[in-house]
Ligand binder design. Sequence first.
Ligand code: 2NL
Length: 355
Amino acid sequence: MSDIKKIRDEYLVKLNQDLDINNINQIKTELFGKSGKISNEFKKMGSISAEERKKFASDLNTIKEEFLNIISKKIQEIEIKDINLKLQNEKVDVTLPERSFGQGKIHPVSQVIDEISSIFSEIGFSVEEGPDVENEHNNFTALNTPDNHPARDMHDTFYLDKEKKFLLRTHTSPVQVRTMLNGKPPFKIIAPGRTYRSDSDQTHSPMFHQVEGLHIDKNINMGHLKGCLDYFIKEFFEVKKIKMRFRPSHFPFTEPSAEVDIGYEIKDGKIIIGEGNKWLEILGCGMVHPNVLKNVKVDPNKYQGYAFGIGIDRLAMLKYGINDLRAFFETDYRWLNHFGFDPLDVPSSYRGLSR
Ligand code: 2NL
């Protein structure tokens, strides 16, 4: 058997196997590479006698064509197989139902904090924050609350050490103390955030939310306090008129001190804020005590001002008709879905506070 025929028989068997593109390229090199088997046969041409050369050349060319045909067909087959495999594996089933994409809701307390921040920003207050863990100085001493004051009682305050040096802040006033210690008057700030008291029943949660306001400048008086609260309450409840009364009260950090009530009535089982002959207590306030100003290195003979503290949770309940405080902190996500707010609908005075 001639060499050509041997090569042909051997490689027809090889090419008939299950081949991938690398195997094909390998075979191609073995046959047609620089010292490939077919290439070597062509090199023999010169040493063959003239009468045999014609047939040899013809046979060799026939085999060459045959192999090249088989190889190109094989490559085509492999390419089609690859494409089909890809189509099979990367198929997108457009008839499948879409994946659900849940959007969260803003908690009513967060919503109300955003609303309050927006309202006070309109009249020049900036928003300050501070830590939940405070020292007793910022929480009590600086605020003119003496060592024997009942507010310092273990029953009211969560202390974090035996020496009663560290505690969970019982109000957000320490934020104002920090701000005043770190800056120079005038101050016009609000401080919203979490506060803690050792108190728990149907209407009291051991963690609750408060916003305090502070305005210190030259010649600030109670008229400014009244005007500020009147503006805030009308904006917050989105009403044109509000009935408001100041009742004398006592806080260690203000003198004089007052509690503020707003008028309301119940109509068709719904609460109407601002009118009517019933009173609802909503905040405490007063003129900042000179001792507090001294404690934070502000001269009370040059500067004075007002401060107030409001419970946020109850404001949220009133505005949005939520009647159980405990649900606020149960993290029940069905409740949040019902009472929560659209995360993209940020409250602002000109776009509207709430919908
Ligand atoms: C209430 C009463 C109040 C303040 C908070 C305050 C803060 C500084 C100085 C003076 Cl730094 N006062 N805050 C004043 C009066 C009342 O809160 O019943 N809150 C729910």
